[in-house]
Design a protein around this ligand. Sequence first.
Ligand code: SF4
Length: 121
Amino acid sequence: MNIAILACKNIKDDCSIGCHHCLLAFDKREGDFVLYEGKDARIMAIFHCGGCPGSCVVARLMNLKAWMARTGENIDALHIGTCLLENCPYKDSIIEKVKANSGVEVVEGSHSYRPDKIFAC
Ligand code: SF4
């Protein structure tokens, strides 16, 4: 099963260095990736929304589909990254468009490693 994660362009690789939290959570089947416990699943793409206000997110889905088709791969499930979910003021519209256009299961969330008491730990 092939997984893609949709991230916030403002956060991916600038704040969330290397998308480490998503990759770790997936590897350990933690957070919203617990869905894949015991399953053969792979992260095939971590891609961003295209920038504020998320107007080209559907085009980004189409681009990813076309890019993956070159190697005969596709996506079976798409996760809305925690970065987008917790920070994006346009998330409702983005998620609505992704659900309406992706044609695969859309899971809202990825990792759950954000500390809620930064200076207390
Ligand atoms: S539209 Fe949302 S997810 Fe995309 S860059 Fe802007 S704040 Fe981030």
